[in-house]
Each structure stands twice: as C-alpha cells, then as structure tokens.
Design a protein around this ligand. Structure first.
Ligand SMILES: Cc1ncc(COP(=O)(O)O)c(C=O)c1O
Length: 372
C-alpha cells in the first residue's frame, strides 16, 4: 500500500474513479451527449450574456441563483405541471444535485437503495458521502430482464428500509421508463426515505410516458432530478436541477458550498433557456435515430432493448469488450457498461448512426452470441 493509500479513507481504498473514455474519435457515441452543436442564435445570446456580466466578476454570484431558478421553474411548468421557483434547486450538472441530496439525506450509518443496472454514479456518489449502497435487483418474471415491477421494488424497499431510494426513468443504461405506479408504490413502501426519480432523459421519452413531476404535489419526500446535459444539448454548460417540496429544497442549502454556481454558469444557462425550443429542436431527429438503431440492430440479429432515452442498450454479443474494441478500431466509440454480452450506443446524427450501424454490420459472425 502506498503512503497516499494509507492516508486515504478506508472506504475509498481500492476504488476506481468514474472514467468513461474521452477519446478523439470520428464517431463518439459513448456518453449520451446530444451530437448537435449549439445553434448560432443561441451562441450569440450566450456571448452577449457573458459580455454583459463580465465586469461584475469581482463580486460573488447570487448565491440563491434566484433568476435562474425562476427560468428553470418556468421551463418545467411548460409540461403542464406547475413548478414554483422555491421548488427548484440547481448545481453543476445533475451529478452535483445528486451529491447535495446524498450529503443532506444520506451519510454515515445511512443507506441508499437503487435498482441496478442503473446510472453508475448513484452508487459512486453514495460512496463518496459515506452512504451504504444497497444494490437492488431488476427483472420481471415473464417480462423484460431490465424491467422493474412495483411488487419487486416494494418488497426490496420494505426489506432495506433505506434513507434514499434512486429510481432512474428512463433508466441509464437500459433506456427503460418506469410507470408512475412504481414510483408511488416505492414512495409508500419506504416511509423513511427521500425518493429520487432521476429523469435525466425525460425529454426523449415516447409519447404517453408520464413524468414523476406530476406526483410532487402532496409528496414532500419525492424529488425529480433533471439536466440540461442531454436533450438540451448543454453538457459542457454543466447545469442540472431538481424539483421538490420547498422545505426539502431549502435543506440543500445546508450542504452546498456558498456560491457553487458561478456568475458565468448562471448567465449562460439563462441565455440558453431563453431559446428552449431551439435547444430542444433536435430531440425528434434523435428519437428517430434511436428507433432506427433498435430496428436495424434487430435485423442484424442483435438484441436491442426498447428505449425511452437517447441511447440503446443492445445484447446478443459474445464478448462485449472484444466488440467494443472492434467498433473502436472502425472509429466508433460506444460504451461498455459492464453488462456481459451488452453494449450501449448513443443515438447521434443520422450520419453518426449510419457509421455505427455500418460498423456493426461489418463485424464477423464471431461477435454474435451463439455463433461460431
Ligand atoms: C441517469 C443520469 N443521471 C444523471 C446524469 C448526470 O448528468 P449531468 O451531471 O451532466 O447533469 C447522467 C449522465 O450521464 C445520467 O445518465
């Protein structure tokens, strides 16, 4: 053990950091970004917003990001569920928002339950806050291997009596959306828990997929997290947010660092939100490419999981890592999410999707499970 390892907290020794490869490749489809650049009119608005606030950088930003909260509340309210600014919290990406939740409601001696495979940062952020992670199970007998039924989720919630429950919908990496009965059932079965519904991919859901925002009224322990990183094409801007009861939101002020959202971060997020329609203008094209991936991979003999997100998990591979490398050798970077026989691909532009599908079609039969 090195000297530094000896100094490190025992519970962090031997752990590996989050590490999706950031490689310079022609077709990068591994982190569920939106492949489309920010439109020129929005770039102009961002530049003007930064120019307008730059001379004030000698002062700390508005610690309560009041105007941005108002804009995010207005954006969320567009979906039909009214959300007030007092119900909104934000951070540098929804990862930071999740961190605040765990700092406030998790911690030493407390447990967080999630249903894996799900977003890999849920257990990682839990660990960094000293929260004990409980790996719940997905899978429905006679149904999809990655589905989560209300019965199964309730049983697991009752068994573990957690302090925080993560429900990810649409779920990363499977793309599976939850029905709201699962959310309400888990909420009622875990009376001592804050229930976090991670809706990072909500804008990509197929019609008829309801948001847990509609459940907030009368449920002060329920939290819905969102991000501008995915549909909103703003991953580099680092702006994630949540909606919840005002009292829960207020509690997060106990754990955040003062001034955690810089003045430029607030200004560019606000400038971008003014152009919400333009920023979301690529969502339908991306959804179409997602559905195309499912159809064409099926035709190629693979086993894609139907998706409500901007990515597709596909199975039927003999050795995920070997196929991951073979696709990379053809210039296409996808994600090995650590599920045997599966890989995950982000739906990109039509050209990127074509490049990915052509690279898969060019793979030999030795890549397929059950073929020689
Ligand atoms: C389910 C889910 N939640 C949250 C995040 C975090 O995104 P960000 O911190 O960029 O908002 C991601 C990113 O991939 C995700 O897949």
């Amino acid at each position: 053990m090195s000297d530094i390892e000896k100094l490190l907290r025992e519970d962090l020794r031997g752990r590996t950091a989050y590490g999706a490869p950031q490689l310079d490749v022609p077709v990068a489809l591994n982190t569920n970004e939106n492949s489309y650049a920010v439109p020129p009119a929005v770039v102009d608005e961002i530049v003007a917003a930064v120019a307008g606030m730059a001379s004030g950088l000698n002062r700390y930003p508005d610690r309560e990001f009041t105007d941005l909260r108002g804009d995010l509340a207005a954006y969320l309210s567009r979906s039909g569920t009214s959300v007030s600014p007092e119900q909104v919290w934000a951070g540098n990406g929804s990862n930071e928002v999740l961190l605040h939740l765990l700092q406030a409601f998790g911690g030493q001696g407390r447990t967080a339950l999630g249903f894996t495979p799900a977003y890999s940062m849920h257990p990682i952020i839990s660990a960094t806050t000293g929260t004990t992670w409980v790996d719940g199970l997905r899978g429905v007998e006679g149904g999809g291997a990655f589905d989560l039924s209300a019965e199964s989720a309730v049983e697991q919630a009752q068994q573990h009596d957690p302090h925080v429950v993560f429900l990810c919908s649409p779920n990363n990496p499977t793309g599976t959306a939850l029905t709201l009965d699962v959310v309400t059932a888990v909420h009622d079965a875990a009376p001592n828990a804050v229930i976090v519904v991670d809706e990072a991919y909500a804008e990509f859901a197929r019609p008829g997929t309801p948001s847990a925002l509609t459940l907030l009224e009368g449920r002060p322990r329920l939290v819905v997290t969102r991000t501008m990183s995915k549909a909103f094409a703003f991953a580099g801007g680092r702006l994630g947010y949540l909606a919840a009861d005002p009292e829960l939101v207020d509690a997060l002020r106990l754990v955040r660092m003062p001034y955690h959202l810089s003045s430029p971060a607030q200004a560019i997020a606000r400038a971008t939100l003014k152009h919400a329609d333009a920023m979301l203008g690529t969502v339908d094209v991306i959804k179409h490419q997602r559905d195309r991936i499912v159809d064409e991979l099926t035709a190629l003999g693979l086993d894609p999981v139907p998706s409500d997100a901007n990515f597709v998990l596909f199975g039927g591979l003999r050795d995920s890592h070997v196929t991951w490398q073979a696709l990379l050798d053809r210039g296409v970077l996808v994600r090995d999410v650590g599920i045997e026989h599966y890989l995950r691909v982000t739906a990109g532009t039509p050209e990127e999707t074509t490049a990915f599908l052509e690279a898969v079609a060019a793979l030999g039969p030795e890549h397929l499970e059950g073929q020689s």
